[in-house]
Design a protein around this ligand. Structure first.
Ligand SMILES: [Zn+2]
Length: 254
C-alpha cells in the first residue's frame, strides 16, 4: 500500500496569505504545506481522505489519475472545500462515492446543494454517491477493510481510519480508550500536531508525541501543521527516531 501526502498543513496552509513569518518565507519545499489530505493506493485501487480547497492542485502535482472514493474525516472547510473539483473524475468514472458520518453528509448537502439537486440539476455539476460511515462498523473499499476510529476535535466528532496496519487520524484533541484499542500494532500512524503551544481543538506537538508513545507504532508521521511549528528541518531534528514530520508530496510504502 502506498500513502502519498497530498497536503500536510493546517487550515490556512503554508505560506499563509500576506504573512511575513519566517516559515512562510522559507525556500525549503518542505515548509510549503497545502491543506491536509492523503492519497492511498494499492494494486489498481485508489482512495483519497478528505477533499480540501487544494484538491485540484494536489491531484495535478501527485499525478493521481483515478479516485475510487473519497473518505471524509469531518465537514470543516479545509477538509471539504474542494468538492467541486471532483468533476474530471466524474466525467471519466461516473459518480464519486463519498464515505462520511451522516452529520457530514447532511452538512455537505446543505453547503453544496447544487451537487445533490435532483430536479433540473446542472449537467456539469459534480455527482456523488453517499455512503454513511458508522462507528464500530468496519466497511470495505477495494479488497481491504476500513475501521472507523472515533476521535474528538474539541466538541466535534471526527473519523480517523485504519486500513491494515496503517491509521490516519487528523484534527484530534481527545480520544476515548475504546477507540485507542483500535490502534494497536500499527506499522504507520499519521497523527495531527499543530504547533508547540497548546490549542483547544488540535493536539500540539507534545500531545501528539505522548499519543505516539502510548500507541507504539513502528513509525509515526505528523501532519496538519501550522507555520508556528517552525522550520521543517529544525523541528525534525528534535523528534524521536521513529517520528517524522510529514511534508507535501512525501510518499511512503507500507
Ligand atoms: Zn482541519
Amino acid at each position: 500500500m502506498k500513502v502519498y501526502f497530498l497536503g500536510t498543513g493546517t487550515s490556512q496552509g503554508i505560506p499563509v496569505i500576506g504573512s511575513n513569518h519566517p516559515v512562510c518565507k522559507s525556500t525549503d519545499f518542505k515548509d510549503k504545506r497545502l491543506r491536509v489530505s492523503v492519497w492511498i493506493s494499492w494494486g489498481h485501487h485508489s482512495f483519497v481522505i478528505d477533499c480540501g480547497p487544494d484538491f485540484r492542485q494536489q491531484m495535478l502535482s501527485s499525478n493521481c489519475k483515478k479516485v475510487d472514493a473519497i473518505l471524509f474525516t469531518h465537514e470543516h472547510a479545509d477538509h471539504t472545500a474542494g468538492i467541486d473539483d471532483i468533476r474530471p473524475f466524474n466525467f471519466k468514472q461516473g459518480e464519486m462515492p463519498f464515505y462520511a458520518h451522516h452529520r457530514v453528509i447532511s452538512n455537505l448537502k446543505r453547503r453544496f446543494d447544487y451537487v445533490f439537486e435532483t430536479i433540473n440539476k446542472y449537467p456539469g455539476a459534480p455527482s456523488v454517491e453517499t455512503i454513511e460511515v458508522i462507528n464500530n462498523e468496519p466497511f470495505s473499499i477495494g479488497n481491504k477493510t476500513v475501521i472507523p476510529v472515533n476521535v474528538m476535535h474539541g466538541n466535534l466528532q471526527v473519523f480517523g481510519y485504519r486500513i491494515d496496519n496503517f491509521a490516519y487520524l487528523t484534527d484530534v484533541k481527545t480520544i476515548e480508550n475504546s477507540e485507542i484499542a483500535k490502534l494497536k500494532k500499527l506499522k504507520v500512524l499519521v497523527i495531527n500536531a499543530l504547533r508547540e503551544e497548546p490549542h483547544d481543538t488540535h493536539f500540539n506537538l507534545k500531545e501528539a508525541l505522548d499519543f505516539i508513545t502510548l500507541l507504539q507504532p513502528e513509525k509515526a508521521y505528523l501532519t496538519h501543521i501550522s507555520h508556528i511549528m517552525g522550520y521543517h528541518e529544525e523541528v525534525q531534528k528534535n523528534l524521536p527516531e521513529n517520528v517524522f514530520l510529514a511534508y507535501d508530496n512525501l510518499e511512503i510504502t507500507i
